[in-house]
Write a protein that binds this ligand. Structure first.
Ligand SMILES: Nc1ncnc2c1ncn2[C@@H]1O[C@H](COP(=O)(O)OP(=O)(O)OP(=O)(O)O)[C@@H](O)[C@H]1O
Ligand SMILES: [Mg+2]
Length: 261
């Protein structure tokens, strides 16, 4: 089992879009569990689960606060191969509660490690983070085998990247010696505008091989499929972004296999 955490403190850069689309791409041939850690519950809603109907004791909040084993929260979704641990509005107060516990940073890692003891077989866990920092996101980073940081090509959304890289480095030093530096996913990339290319060049100079080869272009169907409560692969398999997320799944599984070997 491999844990992929999708994080960037900056809001609206495509974290949830990446989590849902990559989950469905990996779900074609793997068993995937998405854990929604954002109180906005966009990933939960995207999978067709109305967040207001998720009982708090069956949510990721209950897992983080140690009230419920992760295995007892798992919901099936319409996406082949993809299961969900849903978000709850209480997540908004989870960071404060976790900070008051001596082992509050390890709740998620422990919960994920206990999964196989419960007889639940999962190949990939994908974690959607809120646009913030603090104990909830730290839990997701400490649980991770790989951190994926989407950035928008057209804005200064890489402002928070240096800080994320620094946090991941400290997680590696203290808790997870195998955790590689965050991989950067260029989202909304057009490549036609000079500004896009300038940012792209900057990212490559600054972050080198950390930048993933696969880019996600700006794609209208990708925006629409949230309203349809479907992943892009179910909504429009022929869409450009659907192919890009399948390529991303290949690139990421190869990179994880290479670090494992
Ligand atoms: N490549 C893309 N093409 C078109 N629209 C996109 C693309 N990536 C993201 N979007 C749109 O941008 C908006 C923000 O994306 P998303 O919700 O995934 O970001 P986020 O980082 O999860 O936001 P938050 O920080 O609030 O959780 C959404 O409306 C989404 O549909
Ligand atoms: Mg989001």
């Amino acid at each position: 089992m491999q844990v992929i955490t999708v994080a960037n403190e900056k809001g609206g850069v495509g974290k949830t879009t990446t989590t849902v689309s990559l989950a469905s791409a990996l779900g074609q041939t793997n068993r995937v569990l998405v854990i929604d850690l954002d109180s906005q519950a966009h990933a939960t809603e995207w999978f067709g689960v109305p967040a207001s109907r998720v009982p708090v004791e069956r949510s990721s909040y209950a897992v983080l606060t140690g009230q419920t084993p992760l295995a007892n929260t798992i919901l099936r979704t319409e996406e082949p191969g993809v299961a969900l641990c849903a978000a709850h509005a209480y997540l908004a107060k989870a960071a404060q509660e976790l900070a008051a516990k001596v082992d509050g940073l390890f709740a998620l890692r422990d919960a994920i490690e206990s999964l196989s003891e419960s007889g639940v077989e999962i190949d990939y866990v994908l974690i959607d983070c809120p646009p913030s920092k603090g104990a909830v996101v730290f839990n997701a980073l400490i649980a991770a085998d790989l951190v994926l940081a989407p950035v928008l090509a057209e804005s200064l959304s890489m402002e928070g990247l240096g800080e994320l890289a620094e946090t991941v480095k400290r997680v590696r030093q203290r808790y997870s010696p195998e955790l590689p530096p965050p991989r950067i996913l260029v989202n909304n990339y057009e490549g036609r505008s000079a500004a896009d290319r300038q940012i792209y060049d900057y990212l490559h100079t600054q972050f080198g091989h950390q930048v993933l080869q696969t880019e996600i272009g700006r794609d209208a169907p990708l925006r629409e499929c949230f309203a349809a409560r479907m992943s892009i692969l179910r909504y429009r398999r022929g869409a450009r972004s659907a192919g890009q997320f399948l390529a991303l799944a290949d690139e990421i599984t190869e990179s994880l296999n290479a670090t494992e070997a």
